[in-house]
Ligand binder design. Structure first.
Ligand SMILES: [Zn+2]
Length: 153
């Protein structure tokens, strides 16, 4: 008697997820981390804003890391993180709320194969790929790729 191990749907989805994570890690852009200052208000910006390091230096030419500003690593966000001055993409990870709202966005706006050539789109997709944490989120994440995975090249 042969013993055949049938993978459950969930096991298959986890394999697919790890393949998608690997693909996205290879194709995503590498934005710089966010920085922020603690000087109150400056140039119309405030402490809650995120910046690329070049913009911090524009707003505060004499700023020193540790004295006037800090940062340098991604933080959890409810959506994508961009520099509040120049709009350049900055590193982020997604909160659970962020994962769900990104999933909703990509399920409503179907992905095209050509979107996967965009390193910024891959960065956004990768943040979801590493943020999904339950069965239903993993299933929704894979559904985002249904056209890409089934369409012939
Ligand atoms: Zn900037």
């Amino acid at each position: 008697m042969k013993l055949i191990h049938w993978m459950s749907r969930y096991e298959i989805e986890k394999v697919l997820l790890s393949r998608l994570q690997r693909f996205l890690t290879k194709h995503e852009t590498y934005p710089e981390p966010p920085y922020w200052f603690w000087e109150g208000e400056l140039d119309g910006y405030s402490e809650g804003d995120s910046f690329c390091e070049a913009c911090i230096k524009t707003i505060m030419p004499d700023a020193k890391y540790g004295d006037n500003y800090t940062g340098g690593s991604a933080y959890e966000s409810d959506g994508s993180c961009v520099c509040d001055k120049c709009s350049e993409l900055l590193q982020y990870t997604l909160t659970d709320y962020g994962v769900n709202s990104e999933l909703e966005h990509f399920l409503e706006n179907p992905l095209e194969k050509s979107d996967l050539e965009n390193t910024f789109t891959c960065y956004a997709l990768a943040r979801m790929a590493y943020g999904v944490s339950n069965k239903s989120q993993i299933r929704d994440f894979i559904r985002i790729f249904r056209f890409v995975l089934t369409k012939k090249p």
